[in-house]
Design a protein around this ligand. Structure first.
Ligand code: GLY
Length: 327
């Protein structure tokens, strides 16, 4: 049993701690005042305005950033005309559409699927992995079995357009993927909601005509996407092999943790990539979209031509990102 003395001692300590924490929380808010109208905000790779619109529809109703990024990424996943994400994605060199995706919430929970076939919305399967299993990543046939067990429908994801492109590619490329000429526009999306919850999502059909079994950066937490509610989030697009070697999204978040603005953090990581892999960087594109917990954003790529979609303050924009190399 506690003595009265113990009880008083604990109460005083408790109120001191609560008081100190209260002051600290206020001080943190005071030093970290968001710019007016900065929240919510969502940013996505490439011209994905329909996706940012879907995310905004959630965010503008005071919704959760996790629901927003899932809703956003599902748009290109279901679009048969988007040839590098979900349904309609270009197949591997054997004609199979294989999909990769990952998702993170404001608590640092993560879910991922890779080498998943026949399921139109890998991002929603990744979310189920995060929320309904003790694991972070499921792969291949196991991921498919899991998706089916959760009620996802098995579908043929190879569209006529993608099949024709594959047939054409087979004639000219003799089963050797040429990385830098292939269209490559993974969707990576990060968002912060009105309650300052940060989440991110990333989805792709990967490199067109890849070797069967190839997995890129998009389903790898820290490579294709990383979100940390204390700091911010980043997502990648471009040649996954280069993003994988540098864990670029994680690195950007760490640069922000050390005090960098999202734009400067993205630039630093792209510069580092170019320093370390000058040969690969000459012909291949990598780009990042970034936001921090103040609602500030940034985007940067190796080469010109990378644009991004930004929904903030009620405006849905497509913006050209800066790049390290000139045209
Ligand atoms: N960035 C997507 C991939 O390389 O698969």
């Amino acid at each position: 049993m506690k003595s009265r003395r113990d009880f008083l001692h604990q109460s005083i300590l408790g109120s001191l701690t609560a008081g100190t924490l209260g002051f600290w929380a206020k001080a943190t808010e005071w030093f970290d005042v968001p710019e007016k109208g900065a929240f919510p905000v969502v940013i996505a790779t490439w011209d994905n305005q329909k996706a940012t619109q879907a995310a905004w529809d959630v965010l503008s109703k005071n919704g959760r950033s996790l629901d927003a990024v899932e809703a956003g990424v599902r748009i290109p996943e279901a679009d048969p005309l988007d040839t590098s994400v979900g349904y309609g994605g270009f197949p591997d060199r054997d004609g199979n559409v294989t999909l990769d995706a990952c998702i993170m919430d404001e608590f640092g929970n993560a879910g991922s699927v890779n080498f998943l076939e026949h399921i139109m919305h890998p991002i929603s399967v990744a979310r189920k992995v995060m929320e309904e299993t003790p694991h972070v990543m499921l792969s291949g046939s196991g991921a498919l079995e899991f998706a089916l067990s959760k009620g996802f429908i098995k579908e043929d994801l190879l569209t006529e357009v993608a099949r024709e492109a594959w047939e054409k590619w087979k004639i000219t490329s003799e089963y050797k993927p040429v990385i830098n000429i292939e269209r490559h526009d993974t969707i990576g999306m990060v968002a912060i909601d009105a309650q300052r919850r940060i989440a991110g999502a990333c989805s792709t059909s990967g490199l067109a005509f890849k070797i069967r079994g190839r997995v890129g950066d998009s389903p790898i937490i820290g490579a294709g996407m990383f979100a940390d509610n204390e700091v911010g989030a980043a997502a990648a697009t471009g040649l996954g092999e280069m993003v994988l070697r540098t864990l670029g999204s994680f690195l950007i978040v760490e640069e922000m943790r050390r005090g960098k603005h999202p734009q400067k953090a993205a630039e630093e990581v792209i510069r580092r990539l170019a320093r370390k892999y000058p040969k690969d960087c000459a012909d291949n594109q990598v780009g990042y979209v970034v936001l921090d917990r103040k609602g500030r954003h940034g985007a940067y790529s190796l080469h010109p031509g990378f644009n991004y979609s930004l929904y903030q303050g009620g405006q849905n924009l497509v913006v050209e990102a800066g790049s390290l190399f000139a045209k």
